[in-house]
Design a protein around this ligand. Structure first.
Ligand code: PLP
Length: 342
């Protein structure tokens, strides 16, 4: 049996939450991209416009992490991510807004990067937002990166600080995914208002909190639309297990049975190669399509890659199809790739 929006709200109310996100990001028609791909209707959920410090999906997730940090009377936020991490930039912004200190750990996740990548985009904003920067030499070692956060936390405690850790590895409870259950409720209300029944929703799938939270929320509300995760970090077979586990963890966190079954977990990885954070031609073309057709800014790591997958799928669907793309932001990273995107 599906939950009602108010039942889901009640479950979510058990978790401390700090409002950081613009309520109701727009769900916008993109008629020129629809014509380009030959689909009937193409709508984009503008979570690149969540409000805080150039926006993005992670603002929704941070509402729950920062809510817990404040409830625990912490005074310092501690987070890890790639050098051009949007999550880290937004954690620094949220911390600044709430008067907390922020320590960020930047991981070497992308090989052979240049000076622009290390200094522009999100890194520039991290510095502007006053974050204390630490570095971690590996990029594919989630448990190691988390263990290093624990070491930094111990040293901060030694200085009398009270740190709150936002961990990376999937071994931790998926608090951030709750932000995308909220987004699912918002989206369902927008579908009703706009009288749309989408045939498919596409969302970038990295740590999995966005994808799993959205899928869980929609299924809990009885919405059966396929939700396709576009892999930006690891291959579809690897990501499938992660999303399925994430959904089970969300169910445990909310103390309810999972409305998600194995067949609901759909992933594509056609735009991933040659790997995380590495630009490819379909992604470059997708970034250009967004900009030239709709004045839409996409990034090379997340939203551009997902748009490349989305354009591939849309071309197979035909003029009857109504498709929804979740734009998760990432705009500042564009500047770190400079002329390579042109
Ligand atoms: C702009 C953007 N889109 C999508 C994602 C992927 O979201 P998730 O890690 O929740 O899978 C991220 C993750 O950092 C991101 O920064």
């Amino acid at each position: 049996m599906s939950a009602t929006t108010s039942q889901l709200h009640q479950r979510l109310e058990a978790f401390p939450r700090t409002r950081l996100c613009t309520p109701h990001t727009p769900l916008e028609d993109m008629p020129r991209l629809a014509i380009l791909t030959g689909v009937g209707r193409l709508l984009i959920k503008r979570d690149d416009c969540t409000g805080l410090a150039m926006g993005g999906s992670k603002v929704r997730q941070l509402e729950f992490y920062l809510g817990e940090a404040l409830a625990q009377h912490c005074d310092t936020i501690l987070i890890t991510g790639a050098v051009q991490s949007n999550f880290v930039r937004l954690a620094a912004a949220a911390a600044a807004k709430l008067g907390l200190a922020c320590h960020i750990q930047l991981e070497e996740r992308v090989a052979d990067v240049d000076d622009l990548y290390r200094t522009s985009g999100n890194v520039l904003l991290d510095q502007l937002l006053g974050a204390v920067i630490h570095t971690y030499p590996r990029g594919e070692d989630e448990a190691g990166a988390d263990a290093n956060l624990d070491l930094i936390a111990s040293s901060l405690r030694g200085e009398g600080r009270s740190p709150y850790i936002i961990p990376l590895s999937p071994a931790h409870k998926p608090l951030g995914a709750l932000g995308y259950i909220v987004a699912a409720m918002e989206l369902v209300a927008q579908f009703q208002e706009m009288n749309v029944t989408p045939d498919e929703i596409i969302v970038p799938s990295g740590s999995g909190n966005t994808h799993a939270g959205l899928l869980f929320g929609l299924r809990a509300l009885g919405v059966t639309t396929p939700v396709v995760g576009a892999c930006v970090r690891r291959s579809a077979p690897e990501q499938t297990g992660r999303i399925a586990d994430r959904c089970d963890q969300i169910a445990a966190l909310l103390e309810m049975s999972s409305p998600v079954c194995a067949e609901d977990v759909l992933l594509v990885d056609d735009a991933l190669a040659p790997g995380y954070g590495l630009l490819n031609e379909p992604t470059r073309a997708a970034i250009h399509a967004g900009a030239s057709q709709e004045g839409l800014i996409l990034d090379p790591v997340y939203s551009g890659k997902a748009m490349a997958s989305f354009l591939n799928r849309a071309k197979e669907q035909g003029p009857e199809a109504n498709l929804v793309f979740i734009h998760t932001g990432g705009t500042p990273a564009l500047f770190a790739y400079g002329k390579r995107v042109l």
